[in-house]
Design a protein around this ligand. Structure first.
Ligand SMILES: Nc1ncnc2c1ncn2[C@@H]1O[C@H](COP(=O)(O)OP(=O)(O)O)[C@@H](O)[C@H]1O
Ligand SMILES: [Mg+2]
Length: 317
């Protein structure tokens, strides 16, 4: 076997392993989502801006839409990060439709003029078909902008037809963010894994603690399973990982909110896809698959730990 052939075999095997893992996590996500009797409600909050709320919400939304779920996405941030992304998504779609049409016309003209041999014609057709296929993967999501003052419960009442409703919020702990705790099955709080940013967790802890007191005083129920999500640098050491997890147990953070075991890595691809309003689930690239596996793994953990799952279980027993 020649060296380059061997390289191809190895590459295919590596891809097959990655594919299996991704496929199995996605299958688990589908299975858990389908076991819920009502729409899954989730939101992202944080004390600090620029930590990755909009990114995780958008990536989960696009992933689920591509799996065939009915997704409703609310941008409740007055900065409207997601709305910008949403516009880019439509621009991308529109532009790509135009470009494909143009490529088809050019090809037809060359063929009609007898200027193209079969080899080039077949390959051009294949490439156009691939682009059309890719465009089909840009799935649709019900997207809405919302004032942070909106009554979340009312909005959720009108969203019963959706499999999932996601809320993206502005970058500070606010009244809107506390109200989300009462309507969501799961709330995620991303934070960057660095010493500088760890302090935001102190405020988050206080915020949730206070809200739990409020809930008890007002006879209300916080429905959300609340979990922090670490956004890791790619080279985070094992020591650092253990240190942060120990802070959770040693400093009592887990009394107010959990820490997701799965993490997101700081990856260029998350920034790149933003320019087109795409999700990593819509890319046809190894980097996209690695990122998708990460998103799917985080989301699966959120589903499992969420109270939606527990409610369903309790009913079945
Ligand atoms: N895991 C990640 N890897 C790399 N860049 C990220 C990641 N998460 C977010 N970003 C980038 O960081 C910036 C802020 O992210 P964003 O999701 O808008 O944060 P927030 O909504 O909390 O303000 C954006 O430019 C985004 O592309
Ligand atoms: Mg945001």
């Amino acid at each position: 076997m020649q060296k380059n052939q061997l390289a191809l075999v190895v590459e295919n095997e590596v891809n097959a392993v990655a594919q299996n893992t991704l496929e199995s996590v996605l299958n688990d996500v589908i299975e858990i989502m389908e076991s819920f009797e009502k729409s899954f409600i989730m939101g992202a909050i944080s004390q600090k801006g620029g930590v990755g709320k909009s990114t995780i919400i958008y990536q989960i939304a696009v992933m689920l839409a591509n799996l065939g779920f009915k997704v409703r996405l609310f941008d409740c941030d007055t900065q409207q990060t997601l709305q910008h992304q949403w516009k880019k998504r439509y621009e991308y779609k529109k532009q790509e439709i135009g470009l494909i049409k143009q490529a088809k016309e050019e090809l037809a003209k060359k063929v009609a003029d007898g200027k193209l041999n079969d080899y080039f014609r077949i390959n051009s057709e294949k490439s156009i078909a691939k682009r059309e296929e890719r465009l089909k993967a840009v799935s649709s999501i019900d997207f809405a902008n919302h004032n942070p003052e909106v009554d979340f419960s009312e909005v959720i009442k009108t969203s019963a037809d959706f499999d999932i409703v996601l809320f993206d919020t502005a970058c500070h702990l606010s009244e809107a963010q506390s109200r989300l705790l009462y309507v969501c099955d799961s709330v995620v709080i991303p934070f960057n894994n660095s010493d500088d940013e760890f302090d935001t967790n102190v405020r988050v802890k206080k915020f949730i603690q206070d809200e739990k007191v409020n809930a008890a005083e007002n006879d209300e129920v916080i429905t959300a399973d609340i979990r922090s999500l670490i956004i890791d640098r790619p080279n985070t050491s094992k020591d650092r990982t253990e240190y942060v997890s120990s802070l959770w147990t040693d400093y009592g953070y887990q009394k107010t909110h959990g820490l997701l075991e799965s993490r997101l890595t700081n990856r260029q691809i998350y920034r790149d896809v933003k320019n087109y309003g795409l999700g990593v689930a819509e890319l046809d690239s190894p980097a996209g698959e690695v990122a998708l596996l990460e998103i799917a793994t985080v989301f699966k953990e959120m589903l499992i730990s969420s109270n939606a799952k527990k409610a369903k279980k309790a009913k079945a027993e």
